[in-house]
Write a protein that binds this ligand. Structure first.
Ligand SMILES: Cc1cc2nc3c(=O)[nH]c(=O)nc-3n(C[C@H](O)[C@H](O)[C@H](O)COP(=O)(O)O)c2cc1C
Length: 371
């Protein structure tokens, strides 16, 4: 039998091609998923015990759809979208998502309450489960637009933004911030910032447990050089027991995420979830008591085929989808050949689902291990 996509479609590939019901549509929303820890939870809306961080150029709709083949329960975040882009740009392209991506949060970048309120309204109307405000990004571009992490120095303005956004939507409005900025990294600064946004009605704060250095470091260095200070985030949780505090920064595995849930209401994983997505494979079973969508990496890859075909037909270039899948077989036999085959072939003119099947031929079945 030829291992090409037309054959796969005709013959069927075990369970791999079964469509997944979109969780936010048919399943009860995350608030009613039984929680394994304490019954009381301070936040509102989606279950945030495990989430995948917003990451520019990474967590686009193609990546999120792919991640849904690995976990249906983790809350997924969009890349940051600025208010200017939503109000004046190609809104459909920026905000489109597949129902299977639920629960999914829209992250906004901006600092004008009215513009943020309008964008929050647009996002909620399109079905996002949460609207998140970025108060953590340190890039120069973002600082010159006076938003991102430099807003930590303006708690009153952030509170006004949160109030305006909350008035505009019924879904939760959350804030993602750092523990401080250079020169303002004492605990009192963070405490006062959080008190101000809590007073404005924010019930959930995602804390990237590093200070941001506003001058002299690139965004990448700002994710690596300032030390992680989980103790500061823990103190925040102790001082604001009624707020949902989600810890972010340097969480590399589900084991670590689970350990942090002893202290925090949620754990948000960024780079590890993107570069080694299969590390989330046991998330649904371990954290949510639910079956995993796919049993193996191979099954997760195959489950992308109908989606890939649909998106190609809509004019999406193959590499925009496959580039997010290169880490799927990280650390297991055939992983390098998988990555190389995808990277080298996905750009070629006329490239189609056969590229994925060719890459899969280098891998071995029975690869459940979440290494
Ligand atoms: C490529 C990349 C892009 C990012 N883009 C965003 C973004 O758009 N919004 C945001 O709040 N944080 C962004 N971040 C920061 C992550 O959300 C997260 O806070 C950071 O990577 C620390 O978590 P980690 O150690 O688990 O990766 C980005 C990080 C990376 C690596």
């Amino acid at each position: 039998m030829r291992a090409d996509w037309q054959n796969v479609k005709r013959v069927g590939y075990a369970n791999a091609l079964k469509p997944l019901p979109p969780i936010g549509i048919f399943a009860p929303m995350a608030t009613s998923i039984p929680r394994q820890g304490s019954a009381a939870r301070p936040g509102e809306g989606p279950d945030r015990r495990l989430s995948v961080a917003p990451m520019m150029d990474c967590t686009d709709r193609f990546d999120r759809f792919f991640l849904r083949r690995i976990t249906r329960r983790a809350l997924l975040y969009t890349e940051m979208v600025t208010t200017g882009a939503i109000l004046h740009g190609d809104r459909d392209r920026l905000l489109r998502f597949d129902p299977a991506e639920h629960p999914v949060a829209l992250q906004l970048g901006g600092s004008e309450p009215a513009a943020l309120a309008e964008c929050a309204r647009i996002g909620a109307e399109r079905g996002y489960d949460e609207i998140n405000l970025n108060v953590g990004c340190p890039s120069d571009r973002v600082q010159s637009g006076r938003f991102g992490v430099c807003l930590m120095a303006e708690p009153g303005l952030v509170a006004d933004c949160v109030r305006a956004m909350r008035r505009a939507v019924t879904v939760p409005v959350t804030v993602k911030c750092r523990i401080g900025i250079d020169g303002r990294d004492d605990y009192g600064f963070l405490r006062d910032f959080v008190a101000a946004i809590a007073d404005a009605g924010c019930r959930t704060v995602i804390v990237h447990a590093r200070t941001a250095i506003l001058t002299g470091l690139t965004p990448k260095q700002n994710r690596e050089i300032p030390p992680l200070r989980y103790g500061v985030a823990a103190r925040l949780k102790a001082d604001f027991p009624d707020l949902e505090i989600v810890l972010n920064g340097g969480i590399a595995s589900l084991d670590e995420a689970e350990a942090h849930l002893e202290t925090f209401d949620g754990a948000m994983i960024g780079r590890a979830a993107y570069h080694t997505p299969w590390s989330l494979a046991d998330a649904d079973a371990r954290l949510f008591g639910a079956p995993a969508p796919c049993r193996t990496r191979r099954e997760a890859a195959l489950a992308m085929l109908p989606y890939i075909e649909r998106e190609l037909a809509a004019g999406v270039p193959l590499h925009r989808i496959l580039r997010h899948m290169t880490g799927l077989f990280h650390g297991v036999p055939g992983g390098r050949a998988w990555r190389r085959t995808l990277s080298e072939n996905a750009h070629k003119p006329g490239a189609g689902p056969d590229v994925l099947l060719a890459a899969l031929a280098f891998t071995e079945p029975g690869d459940r291990a979440a290494a």
